[in-house]
Design a protein around this ligand. Structure first.
Ligand SMILES: Nc1ncnc2c1ncn2[C@@H]1O[C@H](COP(=O)(O)OP(=O)(O)O)[C@@H](O)[C@H]1O
Ligand SMILES: [Mg+2]
Length: 301
C-alpha cells in the first residue's frame, strides 16, 4: 500500500504534553482533513517527527512537510534530511530545492522582478538605529516592521514607531527586511490563497486580535472563509506562476489588500498551515494530486 508520511515536530505531535504548541490544534485539523481523504484514494498516512532517524521513514513512498514548525533554527539540517529522504526514493513535497529557495525571504525580490506586486522593502544584513531613522524618512511612514529574512510565525519581528524610535546603539541582530507597516492589515486582514498542484483550492481572510497586528492564531488571530473574485485569484495565480519551479503540491500565497491592490506578503511553500476548516475539500484535492503522482507508470486511467 502506498503510504504518505506527514512530517510533524516534537511540539506539534500529540503526546508532547505541556510542551505542545498553542497552535498544535492546527496539526490535528490537518491530520483529520488528510487521513480520511487519502484513505478514500487507497493511500495510508503516517504522522512522523521529521527528526526521527532515517530508518523510521522506511516504507514511506512520499512525505508532506506538514507541521515541521521548528526547523527555522536548524534550517540546514532540515533540508539535508529532506535530501536524504529523497535519496532513499521518497518523494518530498515540497521538494528540497524549492524549500531552500523559499527559506530566505530574498525570494520576494525575485518574484518582484518577475512582476509580482510586493511590499516596499529594505534588505539589510544588520539593522541599526540609524538605518531605522533613515527608513522612516525614506518610506515617509509612522510605523515600520522589521523581520527576519529567515523566519516564520512572526518570530523575532518588531514593530517600531517614529515617535519612539530605537536608540543609535539598537541592533536587530540578524539579516532583516524593513517594511512600512501596512495599516490595511488591521482593516482588511491578510488573504491566503491555497493552491494544490497548481489549482486554486480555497481562500480565507486572517485577522489579528484587537490590539495586535499579527494574524497568526498563536497571537489570537482568527480566520474566515473568503470567496475571492476572479481577479484576486488571478493575482495569486500569477505569483505562483512566477515561482521558478514546477507547480508544487501545495502553496499558500499570502497577500494584503491595499489601496494599490493585493500586495504579496509571502509565498509559503515549505510547511504552511493550509486551513482545512475554510476549505473542506482540501484533503480531497491533496489526495487526488498525490494519487496521481504515486500511481505506477502506465496504470493511469
Ligand atoms: N509590512 C507589514 N505591515 C503590516 N503587518 C505586517 C507587515 N509585515 C508583516 N506583518 C504582520 O506580521 C505577520 C508575519 O509576517 P510575515 O511576513 O508573514 O512573516 P512570517 O513568515 O513570520 O509569517 C503578517 O502575517 C502580518 O500580520
Ligand atoms: Mg506569514
Amino acid at each position: 500500500m502506498t503510504t504518505i508520511g506527514f512530517l510533524a515536530c516534537e511540539t506539534t505531535l500529540p503526546g508532547s504534553g505541556a510542551r505542545r504548541r498553542a497552535d498544535a490544534f492546527e496539526h490535528d485539523l490537518m491530520v483529520a482533513a488528510l487521513e480520511p481523504a487519502l484513505a478514500a484514494r487507497g493511500l495510508a498516512m503516517r504522522v512522523i517527527d521529521w527528526e526521527a532517524p532515517l530508518e523510521a521513514f522506511a516504507g514511506l513512498d512520499a512525505v508532506l512537510l506538514g507541521t515541521a514548525w521548528n526547523y527555522q533554527d536548524r534550517a540546514a539540517v532540515f533540508v539535508a534530511k529532506l535530501e536524504a529522504l529523497e535519496a532513499r526514493g521518497i518523494a518530498v513535497h515540497n521538494p528540497p530545492g524549492l524549500v531552500r529557495w523559499n527559506m530566505t525571504k530574498t525570494y520576494l525580490r525575485e518574484l518582484e522582478e518577475a512582476g509580482a506586486a510586493t511590499i516596499p522593502t529594505l534588505w539589510l544584513d544588520e539593522v541599526t538605529g540609524e538605518d531605522i531613522r533613515a527608513a522612516f524618512a525614506q518610506f515617509g511612514c509612522e510605523k515600520l516592521v522589521v523581520k527576519r529574512q529567515v523566519g516564520a510565525g512572526a518570530e523575532g519581528q518588531v514593530l517600531l514607531t517614529a515617535d519612539e524610535p530605537p536608540g543609535p546603539d539598537w541592533r536587530f541582530g540578524r539579516p532583516a527586511m524593513v517594511q512600512p507597516f501596512l495599516p490595511a492589515i488591521e482593516t482588511q486582514g491578510e488573504v491566503s490563497f491555497v493552491f494544490v498542484a497548481g489549482e486554486f483550492s480555497h481562500a480565507l481572510t486572517k485577522r489579528a486580535a484587537s490590539g495586535d497586528y499579527r494574524i497568526q492564531s498563536i497571537y489570537g488571530g482568527t480566520e474566515s472563509r473568503h470567496y475571492p473574485a476572479e481577479d484576486e485569484v488571478e493575482a495569486a495565480r500569477s505569483v505562483l506562476a512566477a515561482i521558478p519551479f514546477a507547480a508544487p503540491l501545495y502553496a499558500r500565497i499570502d497577500m494584503v489588500r491595499t489601496e494599490d491592490g493585493l500586495l504579496l506578503m509571502e509565498a509559503e511553500l515549505i510547511e504552511p498551515y493550509l486551513y482545512p476548516e475554510q476549505g473542506e475539500r482540501l484533503g480531497e484535492h491533496i489526495a487526488r494530486a498525490l494519487a496521481r503522482m504515486t500511481e505506477p507508470e502506465g496504470s493511469r486511467a
